[in-house]
Design a protein around this ligand. Structure first.
Ligand code: AMP
Ligand code: GLY
Length: 423
């Protein structure tokens, strides 16, 4: 089979790396890809939905796999289906669970799916008067996609008012801010849950945990994600079962009931609170860097699974995961998540003789015989081990030989989960 993977991040490199191990794969193309994917597949230098549809009309592709959320919100899946090609990912209507937070919150409220209590506003004056009588901290969110930046945790009424003004009046997130959600601030530990979904059934991955803030100790601004571990050693089977039964399956049923059958990855961000797991947000795609950790411990043919989801028969698949622990430490350009420079030569990418380490590329490109930086998140260093500590030690040891000017990474990925075992 010929596959097209859409996207250019570490997630897409990890998906290509795993797909390429499937005996049924003939050729993999990536649009637009990065220096890492070019070593395993053929990069096609296109990234607009229109260009991708045109390219698909003249190339024999059997399956398209969509990485980034923006394509789903644009309806790329509906457009690919229209030209008769199988595609892994939800339709625009099903993906609304990610691209509209108000849609997701209303659906959870109507279906009794556990989430933070909330109120939705599209009028600044009303929102401003509401915050005067609330307890703090309070979470203020722009409704639409905002590159992971549209969420402000306000510590007091002054910060809350400033956030409302920026989102609703100054429109710093553009159209994404025409509505805001003001919600209760949940306390607890945040985890990522992924499920392969075929419209009706879901098969959950092991748990994982991202580290979204730029600096150690979960400080500084939010990023796309600075590193992950999988599984999370203290998350219990019972908690995962509860998430499956109270969150993932009811959400699939709710979407189906509304004529928005969801096929693809449902990825709820979950807060494990004292009163049980609650949804922070829904994503309708593979997480990044979660996927970089996950692909290292998936002991099954990814292509088979993706096709089973698209054809509606995931329930018939046995999906094996390795017993190992996996981690990913993301290296970013200096200055990220604010402005950063590109074109820095990356040194030390070949780590000889260590199969426990795989480096996935994100913002990289080739320049002559060199690989140079080309984005904020540059590389994901993944490692596996018999326990979390082993995986993390390998990843951090291999980082010693990698370098590019301005390189930064968190030194504490997984640290808060070390020594915390299942109870
Ligand atoms: P989101 O884009 O909705 O995932 O929000 C980004 C980040 O803000 C999340 O990963 C959480 O760390 C934090 N966050 C969002 N909503 C809440 C909430 N209701 N309570 C606590 N933290 C939240
Ligand atoms: N790991 C964060 C995301 O994929 O949205």
């Amino acid at each position: 089979m010929n596959i097209l993977v859409v996207g250019s991040g570490g997630r897409e490199h990890a998906l290509v790396w795993k797909l390429q191990q499937s005996p049924r794969v003939t050729k993999i193309f990536v649009a637009p890809g990065n220096a890492g994917t070019s070593a395993l597949a053929t990069n096609i230098p296109i990234s607009e939905t229109r260009e991708i549809i045109d390219w698909l009309k003249s190339n024999p592709i059997d399956l398209v796999v969509i990485g980034p959320d923006a394509y789903l919100a644009e309806g790329i899946v509906d457009k690919i289906q229209k030209i008769g090609i199988t595609v892994f990912g939800p339709t625009k209507a099903a993906a609304e669970i990610e691209w509209s937070k108000s849609f997701a919150k209303n659906l959870m409220q109507e279906e009794g799916i556990p989430t933070a209590s909330f109120k939705i506003f599209n009028n600044f004056v009303e929102a401003d008067s509401y915050i005067k009588h609330r307890q703090f901290p309070l979470v203020i969110k722009a409704n639409g996609l905002a590159l992971g930046k549209g969420v402000i945790i306000a510590e007091d009424v002054i910060q809350a008012k400033k956030a409302l003004k920026e989102i609703m009046e100054d429109k710093v997130f553009g159209k994404a801010g025409s509505e805001v959600i003001i919600e209760e601030c949940l306390k607890g530990q945040e985890i990522s849950v992924h499920a392969f979904c075929d419209g009706t059934n879901a098969v959950l991955f092991p748990s994982s945990q991202d580290h979204k803030r730029i600096f150690d100790g979960d400080s500084g601004p939010n990023t796309g994600g600075m590193g992950t571990i999988a599984p999370v050693p203290w998350v219990t089977k019972d908690q995962m079962k509860e998430i499956e039964e109270k969150i993932v399956l009811p959400t699939l049923q709710a979407l189906k009931k509304r004529g928005r059958t969801f096929r693809g990855i449902l990825y709820p961000g979950i807060m494990i609170t004292k009163t049980g797991p609650k949804v922070i947000e829904f994503n309708a795609r593979f997480g990044d860097p979660e996927t970089q950790s996950y692909m290292r411990i998936l002991d099954a043919d990814l292509l088979d699974i993706l096709i089973a989801c698209s054809e509606g028969n995931i329930a018939s698949k046995q999906i094996q995961w390795s017993k190992k622990y996996s981690c990913c430490v993301v290296c970013t350009s200096g200055g990220y998540p604010a402005a950063y420079e590109k074109d820095k030569v990356i040194k030390g990418l070949d780590i000889p003789g260590n199969n426990d380490i795989v480096i996935f590329h994100a913002g990289t490109k080739t320049r002559g015989d060199k690989i140079v930086t080309n984005g904020g998140r540059v590389l994901g260093i993944t490692a596996i081990g018999n326990n979390l500590s082993e995986a993390l030690s390998s990843a951090y040891a291999s980082l010693q030989s990698l370098s590019f000017s301005g390189m930064q990474y968190r030194k504490d990925i997984g640290a808060k989960s070390m020594g915390r075992n299942q109870v």
